[in-house]
Design a protein around this ligand. Structure first.
Ligand SMILES: [Zn+2]
Length: 268
């Protein structure tokens, strides 16, 4: 009898905890992940310092990344394209500028991701460039000491995006050489979404300090690493995150990397 009542009590406890979780879980777009803990988490795969120092082979799959967030950015293994994830779909912008949706088995070498829930937003209705956008975000940033993700949809007069040249081992050049010599794509008069992150300066060489933005157009034909643009109207939406998780590649390349070269975008 005692055993039965304890079992019933445990069942009651489990069912009440489950319904409590249902209430707390907020709506997230894209992939279906029910764990409430990940909603405030900034997820990072590999570290910027390793990526800069030629760790160009990753073991994270597209399938795994989709469980870590519904927005994201990064690069595919062997630098086979820039990665931008929007509404749960990762896109791959190849070195010739063409946009693909990669298979779940495709490998990623470096990524930032999170489940986006808007905490704060503002609109911009005057023509402005990338420097001015960052200045206005800085003005509206609740704190320089927290992590933020961004979804910025708008109408662009023009944009210049950077790609990556695919690499083959043995790798000779690091990002300090490859980024200044990256392929560049341009387009006029179109709409799309900037997806990106802000890291406080204290992040050091673990990630990009300040802002890091990637882009995908509404028609899914143009994207990459945001370099310059002129926008006509923008809706800036941001999500503050106060947890940070980074996962290291379980690869020989990461185990053996020497951290000789420092390189930062430094987009404050
Ligand atoms: Zn980038």
């Amino acid at each position: 009898m005692k055993t039965i009542s304890i079992s019933i009590f445990i069942l009651f406890l489990i069912s009440s905890l489950t319904s409590c979780n249902d209430n707390i879980t907020k709506k997230i777009s894209g992939n279906d992940v029910s764990e409430i803990e990940v909603l405030e988490e900034f997820y990072q795969y590999s570290i910027w310092y390793a990526f800069v120092n030629k760790v160009f082979e990753g073991d994270l799959t597209v399938k795994e990344l989709k469980r870590k967030g519904n927005i994201g950015l990064g690069s595919y293994t062997m630098l086979d394209g820039e990665l931008v994830m929007l509404d749960g779909i990762p896109y791959q912008i190849k070195e010739d500028g063409t946009v693909y949706v990669p298979s779940d088995n495709a490998k990623i070498v470096y990524a930032n991701a999170g489940f986006f829930r808007e905490d704060h937003s503002f609109n911009i209705d005057d023509t402005l460039g990338f420097d001015e956008l960052r200045r206005r975000i800085n003005e509206n940033l609740p704190s320089k000491n927290m992590f933020y993700s961004f979804k910025i949809h708008g109408k662009f007069n023009w944009m210049k995006c950077g790609g990556l040249h695919k690499q083959e081992p043995p790798f000779t050049d690091g990002l300090d050489v490859l980024i200044p010599n990256r392929p560049v794509f341009t387009r006029d008069n179109f709409e799309g979404t900037i997806v990106g992150f802000y890291c406080p300066e204290f992040i050091g060489n673990i990630n990009v300090g300040g802002f890091h933005f990637h882009f995908i157009s509404d028609d899914l034909k143009f994207g990459g690493h945001v370099m310059e643009f002129e926008a006509e109207t923008l809706e800036v939406s941001m999500d503050e995150m106060h947890e940070y998780k980074f996962v290291l590649p379980d690869t020989d390349a990461f185990r053996n990397v020497g951290f000789e070269t420092e390189f930062q975008y430094r987009k404050k």
